[in-house]
Design a protein around this ligand. Structure first.
Ligand code: AMP
Length: 295
């Protein structure tokens, strides 16, 4: 595995790999790699000849009162993990090289960024879209892999890829979880033992709502109430949002129809740590909606 830190050098390498006919996958990360990240890298290996893992804690996607400064960083460990998982190039640029003096461009994606993470973290998706566009131009990939863990991020990036004619495919990988369902996250390292034990309630509440959907419930307000009620059984956890929406548009209809895909999304504060998770489900054909609305 080679470590590259200069954008121009990475771009030249990517260009010559393309000329040789190689297929390239990029896996963008902010480092402090865990099995969620390495599952993306492994998927990248299956898809393409070359895997470029990017490692960059991107300042523009953090709000002023967020955890940019204390975000966990451990280059030696990341190097090992990235190499073991099958990375060919680890692109680890400096801030001043990604945002050169005088940079003056931000990408602002509207609509899909209005709610959930977009409204809770103003400016977050501008930072994400901007850095991802830069990484696409630097690594020239055929495939880019993102985790379902950051669901709204995927919709935002897909929107940008369509709108800007980026010539690549976005691939989504499933969320890797701990034994109690907690989604792996670099931020889990912030949790005390107590907070870690409480965190299982996030997946539990997603799972309970999923089961109700399988049994035929598809009224949005009822589903939202279920998510809230389960989360509230652990009063120390503060809910930012716990909502379901159309999985493609994030619209919030009163009722989801059979065959429609619902995304259940949760963001909570567990102590000072903000955690997010989600679950995707298709409304079954025999959903009770038929009973409620079509008889
Ligand atoms: P991050 O380093 O947190 O910016 O995440 C980099 C990539 O890894 C993003 O595409 C995330 O969605 C993905 N990712 C983070 N956590 C997980 C997880 N538990 N399972 C699968 N992918 C993940």
């Amino acid at each position: 595995m080679r470590v590259i830190s200069k954008p121009k050098e990475m771009q030249t390498i990517a260009e010559s790999l393309r000329k040789e006919g190689k297929k390239i996958t990029v896996v963008p990360t902010m480092g402090y790699l865990h099995e969620g990240h390495t599952s993306l890298i492994q998927k990248g290996r299956e898809l393409a000849d070359i895997v470029i893992t990017t490692l960059f804690v991107n300042p523009t996607q953090f709000g002023p009162n967020e955890d940019y400064e204390k975000y966990p960083r451990d280059f030696a460990r990341d190097f090992q993990q990235a190499e073991k998982a099958g990375t060919d190039f680890l692109f680890n640029p400096k801030i001043e090289d990604m945002y050169e003096k005088g940079y003056n461009t931000l990408i602002n994606i509207i609509g899909i960024t209005d709610k959930f993470e977009g409204s809770s973290r103003p400016g977050h998706f501008d930072g994400v879209a901007t850095i991802v566009a830069k990484l696409f131009n630097i690594t020239k990939p055929h495939f880019a892999i993102f985790g379902q863990k950051d669901y709204q991020q995927i919709l935002v990036i897909k929107q940008m890829v369509r709108d800007f004619f980026f010539d690549l495919s976005i691939v989504v990988a499933p969320t890797v979880r701990e034994h109690d369902g907690l989604a792996l996250s670099s931020r889990n390292v912030y949790l005390s033992n107590e907070e870690r034990n409480r965190a299982g309630i996030i997946y539990k509440s997603l799972d309970e709502a999923l089961q109700q959907i399988q049994k035929g419930e598809s009224r949005r307000k009822i589903l939202n109430a279920m998510l809230h009620n389960t989360l509230r059984t652990v009063p120390e956890i503060k809910i930012d949002y716990a909502s379901c929406a159309d999985a493609d548009t994030l619209e919030e209809p009163d009722v989801f129809l059979p065959g429609e895909r619902i995304i259940l999304m949760i963001a909570v504060y567990n102590g000072k740590t903000r955690l997010i998770d989600n679950a995707l489900v298709t409304v079954p054909q025999d959903s009770n909606v038929k009973k409620h609305y079509f008889v």
